[in-house]
Design a binder for this molecule. Sequence first.
Ligand code: NAD
Length: 468
Amino acid sequence: MGSKHTKQLIAEVFQELVKDNTFLPDEQSERTKILQSSEEILKTTDKIIKSYIRVSTERNGIKRIPAYRIQHNNISGVYKGGIRFSEDVSEEEVENLAILMSIKNALHELPFGGAKGGVHINPKDFTDRELNLISKKYVQRFSPDLGPTHDVPAPDLGTDARIIDWMVGEYKTINPGKSYLGSFTGKSKENGGAEGRRESTGVGTFLSYYYLLDEWYPAEDNRKETGEVLTRGAQWKTLQRLYEKHKNADPIEVSVQGFGNVGGVAALEAYNQRDMKHIVTAVSDQHVMLENKHGLNIDKLIEYVKKHRELPQKEKELKDLKVEAAIHPPEDILHYETNVLIFAAIGNQITKENMKKVKADVLVEGANAPVTAEADYFLQDKGVIIIPDILANAGGVLVSYLEWKQSQITEVFTKEEILAEMAGQMKQTFKKVYDTYFTSEQNTVRFSCYMLAVQRMTLLLYRHGKLF
Ligand code: NAD
């Protein structure tokens, strides 16, 4: 989903908000003006900074590399968002990701606004020394616009704790005597990073679905018996069917695309569920899909990936590992028959071209934007439940918030404390979103998320006296 569609969704939210007299109850003419003003603010970006980083490379001589920091909006708090090193980085993409961060942070009621950074490189083409130089120069270029109370970056695609530690070091050199630990999140543990950061997105991604079936649905079922009508018929039936499976002790089947930080952890969460039996029947990575209708041994696959950084691709490797699985091409996972399909690889996986072949009841977006807007609407009409990225994969930014908080109070939280607080906060947001979606005419879960986020940001803009 690109920036055009993100802005379009924001515009559609405002069309709905105009009709809702209970939101900002002022004179109609005043309300219209206020909402128009908020729409203009949220559809435009506060600041786009582009710079070129000059670096002398061993293999390719001197290079000037485009780099960005884009700050979309900070009405909810300090600008926050990752820095990615990738060849796909462009101004349009970074701006879209910055807008998504504003929406995600507002939705989860974090004291953060939205920003994103990017450097247009393939990190594999550079030596460690060159990557160190690029990271330091990035901070030199953008330092006046960064800082613990202004804009706090984190790792993203192609960057990690090692790169963030280098950036923190440079930030400290440029700003002697100032507080620096809160200037970045995603640092190494030794440098003030949070425990549980690596697992957080995968844990939260699985929880976004599991909470819906295990906690929200049974509670809502009671409400339904008391006479309250839920309008989301087809999706309700999907939940009913899955819950029946659970009651009949029939395991719920899960497939996971991508077996890295997010996918591996999400698969393990499904595999380890005891209250509600799940089996992981298919997993994939860039090279292969492994399948077993009776369930894969995820513990063993995780162990293998830790060592080899990819899933086993040959019969012999599977045999040595004592894992029973059939081998398929990786793309088959998208059309595999399953109850829950978790995306944890890359964007644009379900599109107009292949949306009719999807055979899952629930799609969970652990990766950013794996389902295009067209496919989202099409599958929604078929009764598929789609849990969008801004709801499902917020575990990372929630733990970033705890890391930022621990840097301010100079206290260190344990992994258990971090993951428990993250899950508690996520569940509050899940409840709000699912309550809204299942009882309204809003057409997708994504739209319900945008609605709640835009309402929050508009209210804050209004309270800050910005809407004239
Ligand atoms: P990762 O690099 O650890 O793992 C990515 C996995 O996807 C690997 O198994 C890789 O082989 C696989 N993959 C890559 N291309 C593929 C393809 N074409 N088909 C099938 N599999 C493919 O990355 P990660 O940290 O697990 O992130 C996964 C996704 O989640 C990314 O899109 C990322 O932007 C998003 N995300 C991550 C976080 C986080 O905290 N790590 C937070 C929010 C969103």
